[in-house]
Design a protein around this ligand. Structure first.
Ligand code: GLU
Length: 430
């Protein structure tokens, strides 16, 4: 029999989800733990997800070929309530990526004081190469495979990279057909016709701008006088760019998966949107200078909004970033080394768990509305969101000030403390 001293701790074992992104999440967690004042037992418990599910999704593609897609759902912590987080369709989805993103969801929900833990899932596929019919088959079979693990009181999926309202409608329908009655509260980010919430689609991007606005207030900056570069022109970056322009700011660079465009005098966002609708991507847009995604990040600007992928701001490019403020609309866009270089260079980073929390906050509003079968108006949702983000922002800013840590560490400390207090009170079962 193994003796106690021979039982290794998780970090030494090298678990299946131990990948670079997961290591980033753990490194950030360990840094925050130095200031969070939690017990060793709680710290060890929260360093690993509670549950990781791996399934394979068989689909007959339109050309008659059978393909088996690997798919995952990781549930990090159920201490505060059901787990919550998006489902992404991307060719880089792995168990480790989902585990890192699930851990960040836990801190994000706790920081916002939402009664949820974190989860994340995804299917490893190339969504741009799949038809709607194929995506529907993947979604329905994936949902069926997850039936024992999800539920309105257990784990509530939402959109993430390359998934949208339609994906959520298919998930909701598949779950509801198995139950025998409509269960709108099983997912958030649904179409309004099946119990979705007004303002959910814009919530992440609008929330990013609410947080930037709040930061400008603290820094004594006037938002309309600032120049922005936005990486990503989808549901987060596209909406954030629009909200910034609505406030009079100048958006000088944007990008999508095909590359970016730059105009120091400010881009015409409406023209860019029409180009994308007609052409499918930004590629070839004639009325601005074309740049690559790496070049975009180094453009001259005041604020860089990272609203695309993880691991964008790294040791390699952080020395050349010219923005004074970085807002993380995506999850995990800055590596640990990138973070350190930005700190040395005096570049402030508005961390993901705070900056992109508008999405899950309005998801929470959607779930509450579904459970109560009572729906709120747009103005009410917008003002409730601004209030929640403002409150979280102020707590993070003050904690960072008092303890002399980065905004990221302060945000994580605030989230970790909420979960730790609940876990201390509940105790670790049995
Ligand atoms: N996928 C989004 C996120 O990363 C939203 C999650 C949700 O609404 O549950 O925050």
């Amino acid at each position: 029999m193994e003796t106690r001293s021979e039982v290794q701790q998780p970090a030494e074992v090298g678990l299946e989800w131990d990948t670079p992104l997961y290591r980033t999440a753990v490194a950030q967690y360990e840094e925050a733990l130095r200031h969070a004042d939690v017990s060793v037992a709680v710290a060890r418990r929260l360093a690993v997800p509670e549950r990781a599910v791996m399934v394979s999704v068989p689909v007959c593609l339109d050309d008659g070929e059978w393909t088996i897609f690997p798919a995952y759902r990781v549930q990090h912590s159920s201490v505060l309530g059901p787990t919550k987080g998006g489902i992404r369709y991307d060719r880089h989805v792995t168990l480790g990526e989902c585990a890192a993103l699930a851990m960040w969801m836990t801190w994000k929900c706790a920081l916002l004081r939402l009664p949820y833990g974190g989860a994340k899932g995804g299917v490893r596929c190339t969504p741009r190469e799949l038809s709607q019919a194929e995506l529907q088959k993947i979604t329905r079979r994936f949902t069926s495979e997850l039936m024992p693990f999800i539920g309105p009181q257990e784990d509530i999926p939402a959109p993430d990279m390359a998934t949208n309202e339609q994906t959520m409608a298919w998930m909701m329908d598949t779950y509801s057909m198995q139950k025998g009655y409509a269960v709108p509260e099983i997912v958030t980010g649904k179409p309004i016709s099946v119990g979705g919430s007004v303002f959910r689609a814009e919530a992440t991007g609008a929330g990013v701008v609410m947080v930037i606005e709040r930061a400008c207030g603290r820094l004594g900056w006037s938002l309309p006088s600032l120049r922005f570069v936005v990486q990503g022109f989808g549901n987060v970056g596209g909406i954030a760019a629009r909200e910034l322009a609505d406030r009079g700011a100048s958006v000088v660079g944007v990008s999508d998966y095909s590359g970016g465009v730059h105009d120091p005098a400010g881009l015409d966002l409406a023209a860019l949107r029409s180009w994308i609708t007609e052409q499918g991507s930004l590629a070839g847009y004639p009325d601005a200078t074309n740049v690559t995604n790496p070049e975009l990040l180094e453009l001259d600007c005041d604020v860089l909004v990272l609203a695309a992928l993880e691991e964008q701001l790294t040791a390699e490019n952080a020395p050349r970033i010219r923005a004074r403020l970085v807002a993380e609309g995506a999850n995990g866009p800055t590596t640990v080394a990138g973070d350190e270089i930005c700190a040395e260079r005096g570049i402030t980073i508005l961390p993901d768990v705070l900056t992109n929390a508008g999405g899950v906050t309005v998801s929470y509003f959607e779930w509450v509305q579904d459970l109560g079968r009572l729906f709120w108006g747009r103005d009410e949702i917008r003002s409730r969101l601004a209030e929640k983000l403002g409150d979280a922002f102020d707590r993070v800013w003050e904690l960072s000030d008092q303890t002399d840590v980065s905004l990221r560490s302060a945000a994580l400390v605030a989230g970790i403390r909420e979960v730790a207090a609940a876990l201390d009170a509940r105790g670790i079962y049995p």
